[in-house]
Design a protein around this ligand. Structure first.
Ligand code: HEM
Length: 504
């Protein structure tokens, strides 16, 4: 206030000079000079509104182009400011950096402290608890392959039908529905996971309702604590969460009674996510079982349906590949039924999944974290406290790492498994600097083991039970927005039921 009064008494030219000095100082203080700042505003644009729109349309190429010049740079993306670091140079160094926090990144980026938005934290608001729970989920995989297969079989039949004539389906939403059922069976039990009201609500919440985040992004940060109460998309999100709460709470209450009974009868039931959340939380941290449960669906449905859609689009126009993958499934199921060994035996499929993820990861910036303190990297690059850091994945398309990098080569990773020293990196669930499809380091996706197992079982059913082909007037298979690249929910494929060689 005093400064403004003081400036009132200065001649206009002096006021302008002081204002300009403040601007320069602000820029200097908020971005350390070592790291270049890429200006995305054009001409006389004062705000970043138009620059953000341009970033949504062409941000991924801009980042790639800029990375060729600078290994670290600040840029305003459609989702806000980011400190972009070149993956090839920094991913290894940053992988276990404790001064970079993925939970705080989600809190800032996905508004996970606002009511309605909490589950977008991937469960990270409970810190390591999430990792403990997902680790327990991973340990149950051998026991749940059979239930995954049963649920996949049921839900695929429901969604893709037994129709023997060719018919068009919207592939991504149909797979999201199948994954919601499969994950639901394993996470919360079949009673609720087959309830159509639950399915509709969880698919909306993790699908179209999420767009509330992008609506909020258009508002200046300081207005968000108020506008989120008023915007229809945010109100809808809160309502949907309430609906999910009403459906989940009775199941949680029933579950508590059931487990108490089973404990007194010394029974050992197959535990699920509801049990794991309950047990982890009893170790001390305050928690909301509904938000934690929904968080697991949010982490699973959009991501796994996106990956599976991209895989199917990649294989559909290659009949030989489809036939080979189908044969692999038949051989594996004949030998092992539905078991952990079946999942391990699907080596060609494993390679094809990894190749799709190499070419079409969910985002071209991963390892997104918020710096909790200012610190310097080995080469002296200073990461300032409070900034959001993201690491590029463009080296996954680099000829030095992958010959003919743009080519979809489904058996690339199968061959890599034969190279001594490389085999551990070649599995779909492996993370490395060279393949960051599931992120890399201490905050890499802990759910990848379950996700890959579920994707393999669902794809196996699809291959053996259906023929698939492209539609005539094809839509773009993916949609790009800024740094994200997702399967187009409007894109279609033709499917028809075939006579399966083996009962699944
Ligand atoms: C195909 C399916 C999936 C894909 C493609 C995927 C992808 C990812 C990626 C790329 C990250 C790291 C983000 C970054 O580095 O910026 C991540 C983090 C995470 N994922 Fe997944 N995910 C999948 C399935 C799952 C499932 C099934 C679960 C849980 C059951 C899960 C739980 C998580 C959690 C909790 C994190 C945050 C880890 C942390 O911040 O410490 N994900 N996921």
């Amino acid at each position: 206030m005093a400064i403004l009064e003081f400036m009132d008494h200065l001649p206009p030219s002096a006021s302008w000079a002081i204002a300009a000095l403040f601007l320069v100082l602000w820029k200097y203080l908020s971005f350390p000079t070592e790291i270049p700042v890429i200006e995305t505003r054009k001409g006389a644009e004062v705000s970043y509104a138009k620059a953000k729109q341009r970033f949504t349309a062409g941000g991924a190429s801009l980042i790639r182009f800029t990375e060729a010049k600078f290994k670290a740079f600040f840029i305003i993306t459609d989702l806000g400011e980011r400190l972009i670091l070149s993956g090839q140079r920094y991913a290894h160094e940053l992988r276990n950096e404790t001064r970079l926090d993925s939970g705080l990144f989600l809190e800032k980026d996905l508004y996970t402290t606002l009511p309605g938005f909490e589950p977008f934290s991937n469960g990270r608001r409970h810190g390591r608890i999430t990792h403990d729970i997902v680790a327990r989920l991973t340990r149950t995989i051998p026991a749940v392959v059979q239930p995954i297969a049963e649920e996949a079989s049921l839900s695929i039949r429901e969604v893709w039908t037994d129709e023997k004539e060719w018919h068009a389906i919207n592939i991504q939403p149909s797979l999201a529905r199948i994954i919601a059922s499969v994950a639901g069976r394993i996470y919360i039990g079949e009673e609720l996971s087959r309830n159509p009201r639950w399915l509709d609500a969880i698919l909306s919440y993790t699908g179209k309702d999420v767009l509330a985040i992008y609506v909020l992004k258009k508002w200046p940060e300081w207005t968000i604590p108020l506008v989120h109460w008023l915007l229809p998309s945010c109100r809808n999100l809160r309502r949907r969460q309430q609906e999910l709460r009403q459906l989940l709470l009775p199941v949680i209450a029933q579950r508590r009674e059931q487990r108490a009974r089973q404990a007194s009868n010394k029974e050992k039931p197959q535990l699920d996510i509801l049990d794991f959340i309950e047990e982890s939380a009893h170790r001390g941290e305050a928690y909301d079982p509904v938000i934690s449960t929904i968080a697991f669906f949010f982490a699973t449905i959009p991501t796994a349906s996106d990956l599976l859609t991209k895989v199917i689009f990649d294989i559909v126009s290659r009949p030989d590949l489809v036939a080979e993958l189908r044969q692999e499934v038949i051989g594996a199921v004949e030998s092992h039924g539905w078991s952990r060994n079946t999942i391990h035996s699907l080596k060609r499929m494993d390679s094809a999944i990894k190749e799709t993820q190499r070419l079409q990861p969910v985002s071209s910036i991963l390892m997104r974290r918020l710096a909790t303190e200012t610190f310097a990297l080995k080469d002296g690059t200073v990461i300032p406290k409070g900034k959001i850091v993201g690491v590029t994945i463009h080296h996954m398309w680099d000829a030095e790492l992958y010959p003919e990098p743009k080519k979809y080569d489904p058996y690339r990773f199968l061959r890599m498994k034969e190279n001594p020293g490389q085999e551990h990196k070649a599995h779909a669930v492996a993370t490395s600097v060279e393949h960051m499809g599931f992120g890399h380091g201490n905050a890499a996706c802990p759910g990848r083991f379950f996700a890959v197992a579920a994707v393999k079982v669902i794809l196996s059913h699809i291959l053996v039970r259906y023929e698939i082909k492209s539609v005539e007037s094809e839509m773009p298979r993916t949609l790009s927005a800024g740094i994200s690249c997702i399967a187009n929910p409007m894109a279609q494929l033709m499917v028809r039921r075939r006579e399966e060689e083996i009962a699944l």
